[in-house]
Write a protein that binds this ligand. Sequence first.
Ligand code: SAM
Length: 210
Amino acid sequence: MSKLERNWQYAEQYPGETDAIVRARRLSLELGLEPVSRSTAAQLSALTALTRAQAVCEVGTGVGVSGLALLRYAPEATLTSIEIEPEHLREARGVLAEAGVPSSRLRLVEGDARHVMPRLNLGAYDLVLLDADPGQLLEHFEHALGIVRPGGCIVVPGIFAHGRVPDPAARDEAAVACRDLLALVAESPAIAPMLSPTGDGVLTLVRLDG
Ligand SMILES: C[S@@+](CC[C@H](N)C(=O)[O-])C[C@H]1O[C@@H](n2cnc3c(N)ncnc32)[C@H](O)[C@@H]1O
């Protein structure tokens, strides 16, 4: 194992998780879903604490690993979470209820994010997590940019598309979409981008004022 791989593995094993997140992670893997990694979950928890988040939006609920992480240190926050698969949303509802998250802090929306996001309030969210279909990433990003407040952030886990993005020979839909987003935000005067190798890559985009 190389030094970089050891660093990565250490960072992934470092964060402690609540019992509820551990249970959700197990369920998620049983259902064949890919939840955010441990270190990514820790970053999400810290980001909502850092931004003192009141309103968080998530695209791709899965069964709730990232949702629990987003709410972990944000006692004031409400989570709007969008999921296209009714079965995933049903499991997530159970996971979040069992974890003791009051229903008043949750808005779980069943539907395609491409149709749901345009109905959300503009500039109203402190943090928007995009963790759904990478092929639709650019479309989700355009909507996210509209609903995040200035100074808030958009977080995209899995931005390396299972390690294919850094491989120039990889030209599948997900890798191309991730590369296109990375190129777009690198040029944008409206965004401060931060790329981290956590998990399968986490791209954090701060929407600048103005
Ligand atoms: C990687 S999983 C999400 C994992 C979750 N964020 C977690 O950490 O537990 C991706 C989810 O996005 C959902 N999804 C895919 N396309 C979607 C869309 N257009 N709108 C809403 N949800 C979508 C899938 O059904 C799946 O549950």
